[in-house]
Design a protein around this ligand. Structure first.
Ligand code: ZN
Length: 318
């Protein structure tokens, strides 16, 4: 028998939730071994307590509980942050076709206009992409007046700023940034727990015979003009030092790391909680087997973490 507090030693494994999308594909099944609901599966919500997709604990003493319930009943597991909801959402996106051109509000705008929802800052780690893959980040309008005119006149090719991307690129998308993931790209997204998206343009696509709703006025309200420089939001994170936790991003919403384990990584879980997702390979966390596609949370007070094997992980906390 151990005298230490058992709850602090539990790794909280979560069951992912899948969402079918007009632009989704089947790679989450083929390449990630998930049981997907169809060949148009666009998103795997690996760690989420959002009402639109609340993950269940997969095993252990909290098996079957929703992450949102665990957050309320056991705030001690998450460092007693005092936050009113589980703050982050981690998903894998398989874009077989282009996603709509979109923008997210910040916290203040979402609170006022979206029933108290959080705004959305997000970031992407590019897991895989075609040779000539491109993303939309930002726009070419010099100010709000030009932005409004370009949107109202449908001058999309002039407006939209596209950039080439490679596997391992890490991109931060602040609220107010026009963006779109284009076909042939898979990303792991770490974001605020929010589902508020304003669609600016959807390539005039029809879904069940009609176009998806656009949110032009709200988009114009929240889009930052002029856009920030692209170089400021992209980091090459493919070949970082191995066997260490590489910090990719630290902002007021989250901190995100990548680690490439080839032997062993040891660190102290010194955060309120630490989300980890295995994005490649397999190995162990303190002796417990994990593999590509596993998503888990190391609770507050977990202590020393020892990762072994051949695997890559993305980690995050607030
Ligand atoms: Zn987005």
């Amino acid at each position: 028998m151990r005298s230490t507090d058992q709850t602090k030693e539990q790794i909280i494994f979560l069951k992912p939730i899948f969402r079918q999308m007009v632009w989704g594909g089947d790679r989450l099944g083929r390449e990630w071994n998930y049981e997907i609901p169809g060949s148009d599966t666009g998103e795997c919500w690996g760690v989420s307590a959002h009402p639109n997709g609340d993950c269940q604990v997969r095993e252990g003493m909290y098996e079957g509980e929703l992450l949102s319930e665990l957050w309320i009943k056991h705030p001690d597991l998450f460092g007693n942050t005092g936050l009113d909801r589980f703050p982050l959402l981690v998903k894998i996106i398989d874009a077989k076709a282009d996603l709509s051109i979109q923008v997210h509000p910040d916290d203040a705008y979402a609170k006022a206009h979206e029933n108290g929802s959080l705004g959305k800052t997000e970031c992407w780690y590019v897991l895989a992409c075609d040779e000539d893959a491109r993303l939309v980040i930002g726009h070419n309008a010099k100010d709000k007046a030009e932005l409004t005119a370009m949107i109202e006149e449908g001058r999309w090719t002039e407006l939209i700023r596209e950039i080439p991307v490679k596997k391992g690129d890490f991109i931060r998308i602040d609220p107010g940034t026009v963006h779109a993931i284009k076909g042939g790209i898979m990303v792991m997204e770490t974001q605020q727990s929010s589902d508020i998206t304003y669609r600016v343009y959807d390539y005039d696509r029809m879904v069940d015979g009609r176009p998806r709703e656009l949110h032009i006025d709200k988009s114009i309200d929240v889009i930052t003009a002029p856009a920030g420089r692209v170089e400021e939001s992209i980091l090459k994170a493919d070949e970082l030092p191995q066997n260490t936790m590489n910090l990719l991003c630290s902002c007021e919403c989250f901190r995100v790391w990548k680690t490439d384990v080839t032997q062993e990584v040891t660190f102290d879980q010194a955060y309120p909680f630490l989300i980890m997702s295995v994005i490649e390979g397999e190995g162990t966390v303190n002796g417990r087997s994990v593999r590509k596609g596993d998503h888990f949370i190391l609770p507050d007070g977990y202590g020393e973490v020892i990762l072994r094997g051949k695997m890559q992980l993305i980690a995050s906390t607030v």
